[in-house]
Design a binder for this molecule. Structure first.
Ligand code: PLP
Length: 428
């Protein structure tokens, strides 16, 4: 008699009342096939599914779990905050502390507004950019994901200066006709875009380390060109650091590259696993936000005290001496170990990392843009993914995603992963 796994049972049940059985699409395993794992608990670098199987977790809640799951200090802060009340709809001192801390750590920020998701942060930064410049057009890059606001949900146009089509049904053409989609890391295209539309472009929004088309590093000349062209043409440069902020370095990608954006969107790590995100910039720009200025934005749960407690504790933990050295070394150890294991098995594969983020590529060299990323061997990735899952290693269930280590991913945990990969590559 075959027994149906608890994960299968839950997935079947979930699909009856939730579209696709999940509350965020990539959790559904659509890209890799099979049954999503329903998680019951997590601790440090591990989580356990409904069948009691333990996994080394390399998604870390898609970025937030940088100090490891259920860190005792974060849990304690959340418990204490909860006993004082869950939400007030009136300001708290904790929100001031959090804003002060973020502004102190991120080089370009003088003021921030706290929100509850990365989508809200980028959407509001975009509105501010349009409000501040009085212009409508925006530039984004193929393969960069900035949340699911209408103007940003635009897939790649076919090449230079192609105004995008909606990626999602339900996004009117009228909303996205102002969104210009260009190739990541292509300096010539951005120069041409500004030459043609320079006085109409409100802003350029970019993931300065892209993590939504696998991991792709921006080239320094590319980011420098964005900075120079925005300044020259009076457009605002928005760094979407929802994923790479506090992940690639304490001060984010802007610290790593030494380039100051006009506006920054943050999320993930700053909530430590609870819903906190933020956007910010100079005081002059942020003064255009309501209630001081005319650009409207609000949120019932913005700056929620329990979420802020989790976020503040996480921000304290990541400032411990050597934190980013250790985090980066772990991700680099994983990338190097996996690359070597694949080489031994003659599998065309490489891996790369920036800070605590990494990319796995079934190609000979890391991609530089969306098209190169799409050219990787996705079928092989899917086989690799499932074989690693059987081994108790949970990588992102899609070849298009970056991976994440936490500070709890010790050398032993990384080496256990590499040993599993060696077995898997041998069979691929
Ligand atoms: N921006 C980037 C770079 C992201 O990676 C994400 C989410 O993965 C978002 C924005 C949207 O954030 P959220 O899912 O919290 O709305």
């Amino acid at each position: 008699m075959t027994t149906i796994s608890k994960n299968d049972q839950l997935f079947e049940r979930a699909q009856k009342t939730t579209p696709g059985g999940v509350n965020s699409p990539v959790r559904a395993f659509r890209s890799v096939g099979g049954t999503p794992r329903f998680i019951t608990r997590a601790e440090g670098p591990y989580f356990w599914d409904a069948d009691g199987k333990r996994y080394i977790d390399y998604i870390g809640s898609w970025g937030p779990a940088i100090v490891g799951h259920a860190h005792p200090e974060v849990v304690k802060a959340v418990q204490e905050a909860a006993t004082r009340g869950l939400s007030f709809g009136a300001p708290t001192e904790g929100e001031i502390e959090m804003a002060e801390e973020i502004v102190r750590l991120v080089p370009s920020l003088e003021q921030v507004r706290l929100v509850s998701s990365g989508t809200e942060a980028t959407m509001s930064a975009l509105r501010l950019a349009r409000g501040a410049t009085g212009r409508d057009k925006i530039v984004k890059f193929e393969g960069c994901y900035h949340g699911h606001a209408d103007s940003l949900l635009v897939k790649a146009g076919s090449g230079l200066l192609t105004f995008g089509n909606p990626t999602s049904a339900g996004v009117p053409e009228d909303f996205v006709k102002h969104t210009l989609v260009l190739d990541y890391n292509n300096v010539q295209q951005i120069e041409e875009a500004f030459a043609n539309f320079g006085d109409e472009i409100a802003c350029v929004i970019v993931e300065p380390v892209a993590g939504n088309m696998n991991l792709i590093k921006a080239s320094v000349p590319f980011l420098q060109a964005l900075r120079e062209l925005c300044t020259k043409h009076g457009a605002l440069l928005i760094f979407d650091e929802v994923m790479c902020g506090f992940r690639v370095a304490l001060g984010g990608a802007q610290e790593l590259y030494g380039i100051k954006p006009d506006l920054t969107a943050l999320g993930k790590v700053i909530g430590g696993g609870l819903p906190v995100a933020a956007f910010g910039g100079s005081t002059a720009l942020m003064s255009k936000m309501s209630p001081v200025g005319a650009v409207y934005q609000a949120g019932t749960l913005s700056g929620n005290p329990v979420a802020v407690a989790a976020g503040m504790t996480t921000l304290k933990l990541i400032q411990q001496p050597g934190f980013y050295d250790q985090l980066s070394a772990s991700a680099a150890r994983l990338a190097a170990g996996l690359t070597a294991a694949a080489k031994e098995a003659h599998v065309a594969f490489c891996a790369d990392s920036v800070g605590g983020m990494f990319g796995l590529y079934f190609s000979v060299t890391p991609p530089n843009n969306y098209a190169e990323m799409m050219a990787g061997d996705r079928e092989r990735f899917n086989k690799f993914f499932h074989a690693m899952l059987d081994e108790g290693v949970y990588f992102a269930p899609a070849a298009f995603e970056a991976g994440f280590v936490s500070i709890q991913h010790s050398d032993e945990v990384i080496d256990e992963t590499i040993a599993a990969a060696r077995r898997v590559f041998a069979k691929l």
